[in-house]
Design a protein around this ligand. Structure first.
Ligand SMILES: Nc1nc2c(ncn2[C@@H]2O[C@H](COP(=O)(O)OP(=O)(O)OP(=O)(O)O)[C@@H](O)[C@H]2O)c(=O)[nH]1
Length: 494
């Protein structure tokens, strides 16, 4: 019981620790979700500001192209004026102006207009073959690789319109995405954070981009083998929900969506360390507790065993190994009460070795002891039922208690015992039989004829006395008193 209780307590303790760990995990996850949201907001503003810059460059160029005064300027001057804003953002590779038929009419990289509709070797993707609807929005094309196969480019474009609102061509800004990613450099984000910038239909401009500040190796949150085992154990008792560490925000005025994903390794690094320590301490404390409980159980068992030995020794006669007088008293009271309660018969035998004083005198006390042991064994061997009980009453006297045994069977059993003692054939020159004999007094309780049991032992003793007086080596049954059991019989032998 102690061990089961201790195991239950240890499990309850570990479960409580598991709940604590789970609760802490949830708190960290909630805080991380908020951080991701805030970071996405900051990044969205940064992206929005830079795209505004690109758009302004496009719009300034488009406005300039529509000015006849500007277009009348010498080419060098005209292009300096048209593309002055392109230098404002260093990730704008070039700005190109196309007429309504797709012909390149000006380009910030080249002062020689081409009629081939191509720019910088990159494939030209027509913005729209037809005039766009009113309120033309900024258009963002598909990203593509430049001829160097490493630079990723994307075109931002807007339709040109005459002051009368007639579609007159397209202005494009080709943006170097590798350089554009630098807009995130200034932000200080936690290690392992990934940023993704994509169009609403899933085309990624920046895919799983990790800002340099997020690449800084911090102290690794990765647990060792023991740590992993402890965390696994913690998770048995607590199953933290998978908190979302991703936050998404649309970039206003563009078809772009910015998403931020925090690294769960980093977010939960401190929690993991704390959980490992807590679980380790909890396991240590639980183990100590279990060890203490085991030790206590062991000590208690030892004590119970030694108490059982002491109790047994206290109720056993050392010479004959039969129960002693003390054990007899408790068994006698119990059986007497049971017989009265359950209306069952009960008999008591008083066995006494004849002329044992003379035997001791003749053969010595050591031989006397051996004879006592032999008689005790003989009496014990005659009792067949588990419920039968025999004890050494004192000296050379033994008492047998026979539950559920009426006077007739008890008398017969007493005679069997008497003969068994004779059959030991232990020489005794001072008695008539020439061997050790015993006299036995029998008393029985039967509810049909008797009303009390209190004097059963006394009556058996008196019957024994009668047996002694009438010549020994015999069995005498005490007559059952009709009403008063304490009445002294005048003469049992009469
Ligand atoms: N050897 C030995 N003798 C014992 C022990 N206990 C009692 N006795 C002896 O048993 C004898 C009993 O003698 P009595 O009570 O006079 O009875 P008895 O001589 O048997 O005579 P009856 O009972 O009338 O036949 C005494 O001499 C005791 O010393 C014992 O443990 N060992």
């Amino acid at each position: 019981m102690t061990i089961i209780g201790a195991v239950c307590f240890a499990l309850a303790f570990l479960s409580a620790v598991g709940l604590l760990v789970e609760d802490a995990h949830d708190r960290v996850a909630v805080a991380a979700a908020e951080s991701a949201r805030q970071l996405a907001l900051s990044l969205e503003r940064e992206v929005s500001r830079n795209i505004d810059l690109i758009d302004l460059s496009i719009q300034a160029t488009a406005d300039g192209v529509e000015q006849p005064v500007v277009m009348a300027l010498p080419r060098v001057l005209r292009e300096q004026l048209l593309f002055s804003r392109a230098a404002a953002a260093r990730y704008i590779r070039n700005i190109s102006v196309f007429d309504r038929d797709g012909r390149l009419i000006a380009d910030s990289l080249s002062t020689l207009p081409s009629t081939q509709g191509r720019s910088g070797g990159a494939p030209f993707i027509p913005v729209t073959p037809q005039p766009a609807p009113a309120g033309d929005a900024l258009f963002i094309g598909q990203p593509y690789l430049a001829s160097d196969s490493t630079t990723r480019l994307v075109r931002f474009s807007r339709n040109r319109r005459t002051p009368q609102g007639i579609f007159s061509g397209v202005v494009t800004a080709t943006v170097n995405l590798n350089d554009f990613s630098e807009v995130f450099y200034s932000l200080n984000v936690m290690p392992g954070t990934m940023v993704r910038l994509s169009t609403r239909n899933g085309v990624a401009l920046l895919r799983d981009f990790t800002p340099p500040s997020a690449q800084t190796a911090r102290e690794s949150g990765s647990p060792g083998l023991t740590g992993r085992m402890l965390i696994a154990l913690a998770m048995i008792f607590s199953k933290p929900a998978d908190a979302s560490l991703v936050a998404e925000r649309p970039v206003p005025g563009t078809p772009l969506i910015l998403s931020v994903q925090l690294s769960s390794q980093t977010v939960f690094a401190d929690w993991r360390r704390w959980a490992i320590q807590l679980e380790a301490y909890s396991l240590f404390v639980s183990s100590l507790f279990l060890a203490g409980a085991l030790y206590l159980t062991h000590v208690l068992r030892m004590r119970m065993r030694s108490e059982a030995v002491v109790t047994r020794l206290a109720s056993i006669d050392s010479l004959t190994q039969l129960p002693n007088r003390r054990a007899l008293d408790s068994t006698y009271s119990r059986e007497v009460m049971r017989a009265a309660r359950e209306c069952r018969p009960l008999s008591v035998l008083f066995v006494d070795i004849d002329h044992f004083k003379t035997y001791n005198d003749q053969y010595g006390h050591v031989a006397g002891d051996h004879t006592l042991q032999a008689v005790a064994d003989a009496v014990r061997a005659c009792l067949r039922r588990d419920t039968d009980f025999v004890a050494r009453y004192g000296g050379e006297e033994f008492v047998a208690i026979l539950p559920d045994t009426a006077a007739r069977e008890a008398t017969a059993l007493a005679d069997v015992i008497r003969l068994a003692v004779r059959d030991l054939r232990r020489p005794h020159a001072s008695v008539e039989a020439g061997v050790v004999t015993a006299s036995i007094g029998v008393a029985s309780y039967d509810r049909a004829t008797d009303r009390a049991t209190g004097s059963l032992l006394e009556r058996a003793d008196r019957a024994l006395y009668a047996a002694k007086r009438t010549g020994r080596d015999r069995v005498t049954l005490c007559p059952t008193p009709a009403v008063e059991v304490f009445r002294e019989p005048a003469d049992l032998t009469a």
